[in-house]
Design a protein around this ligand. Structure first.
Ligand code: SF4
Ligand code: SF4
Length: 386
């Protein structure tokens, strides 16, 4: 039986966050079941891109502060680590992300240590999946006495949802992430890569920042949604199962979670989950917007219908009126199909990973607007999600 705790919390005021987390931890044995004085604890945050905490794209700085302060008061050394996605001028923007987010300053104020995973060295680990046999992961995850995963509750335009299971991809430093996107571009294939990371690491605890979640075209271009929830579990799949249920989804709607279930990474069946804290059943978010997600559909094979749907499927387009020509998308595209001068995308080579959409800091990479017609056609002709 996997325990998942849901606690209500409607602001990032440190007292409220601290109280909610401490009360939540009491349901799974309390902090003392996890930490002792003198331990080094790595907080694996979500710092996907250089954005402020108000964007809802990253684990909120005050959320990280609350947990840092709790751990410091318990006599722990606290490391705060991640590697941001994308590249500008050949390097990942992680250092800038730590500054823009306010996390660098917060760490200084609270006596924590920033671990920029792009600069900390890597461990080569052997993995067992159809796409890659050896992976490189940031060393701090193997050096800390305890790793606590701090995902953000967000939609994801390519993967539908990103939470505790997927957040672990940030253990891959810098530009190496693009290699894994290239060899496993579909959400299902990518799920195998994510599962491999969980299999070779030891993440002791997962605490999700769902106070202000992201809805719509996440993980960076969506809008904030006041979900007012903190979720806690030692089981990342169990936690995500409850999180997506609040969004109105099952884990078969989220290919990465379906793979995690099939690989035995955690519990997901209702009879295997014990919900604790403020709810006995997962509450549903009202008016929460899901991503369009039309591109990941299993298309029917009826000649012109299939061709029309392929044409209508969501794909990225760069809005030149918004684009600042920073070239983040150009340098981050795993298969290098975005023309640097014109910002045109070669759709014959595009692998639909949506990294460009995910990593543009200016929301200039838009998804096609004609998805509604495609959805109607899909209903009419019985296409199914995969
Ligand atoms: S689309 Fe975005 S990431 Fe790409 S060059 Fe323009 S502003 Fe930069
Ligand atoms: S153009 Fe965008 S969606 Fe297509 S492969 Fe490149 S980064 Fe991925």
């Amino acid at each position: 039986m996997a325990k998942v705790v849901i606690k209500e919390c409607d602001s990032y005021r440190i007292e409220e966050v601290t109280t909610a987390i401490n009360q939540g931890m009491d349901h799974i044995g309390g902090w003392d079941a996890f930490v002792k004085p003198g331990m080094t604890v790595l907080l694996k945050i979500n710092l996907i891109t250089p954005r402020g905490p108000e964007s809802a794209a990253i684990t909120h700085t005050e959320f990280v502060r609350a947990i840092t302060r709790i751990l410091r008061e318990k006599g722990c050394t606290v490391w705060i680590g991640d590697s941001s996605g994308g590249a500008i001028a050949g390097t990942a923007p992680t250092a800038r992300s730590f500054i823009v987010s306010g996390l660098k300053q917060m760490a200084e104020e609270e006596g924590a240590i920033i671990k920029n995973f792009d600069l900390e060295g890597v461990e080569a680990v052997q993995v067992d999946n159809p796409f890659v046999s050896e992976m490189y992961l940031a060393k701090p995850v193997f050096q800390a006495d305890l790793v606590i995963n701090l995902p953000k509750l967000k939609t994801h335009s390519a993967a539908m949802f990103t939470g505790a299971v997927k957040n672990i991809f940030g253990l891959v430093p810098g530009l190496k992430k693009a290699d894994y996107h290239r060899v496993a571009p579909s959400p299902t294939d990518f799920g195998h890569v994510i599962a491999s990371i969980h299999q070779v690491t030891d993440i002791g605890l997962h605490i999700m920042d769902g106070i202000v979640a992201m809805q719509g075209e996440g993980p960076t271009a969506g809008t904030p949604y006041p979900a007012n929830k903190i979720l806690i579990s030692t089981d990342p799949l169990a936690l995500d199962t409850i999180a997506v249920a609040m969004m109105g989804l099952g884990i078969d709607d989220v290919p990465i979670l379906a793979v995690a279930r099939d690989k035995g990474l955690g519990k997901s069946r209702p009879t295997e989950l014990s919900l604790l804290g403020d709810y006995e059943t997962p509450p549903r978010f009202k008016g929460f917007r899901l991503p369009r997600y039309i591109r990941r559909l299993r298309l029917p094979s009826y000649g012109f219908v299939s061709a029309a749907l392929r044409f209508l499927k969501t794909r990225p387009q760069i809005n030149l009126e918004i684009c600042r020509h920073c070239n983040m998308c150009v340098e981050s595209c795993p298969v290098h199909v975005i023309d640097k001068a014109t910002k045109q995308i070669d759709y014959t080579q595009c692998i639909e990973c949506m990294c460009c959409h995910e990593l543009c800091e200016h929301q200039a990479v838009e998804l096609r607007k004609d998805y509604r017609l495609a959805e109607i056609m899909l209903k009419l002709y019985g296409a199914r999600k995969r």
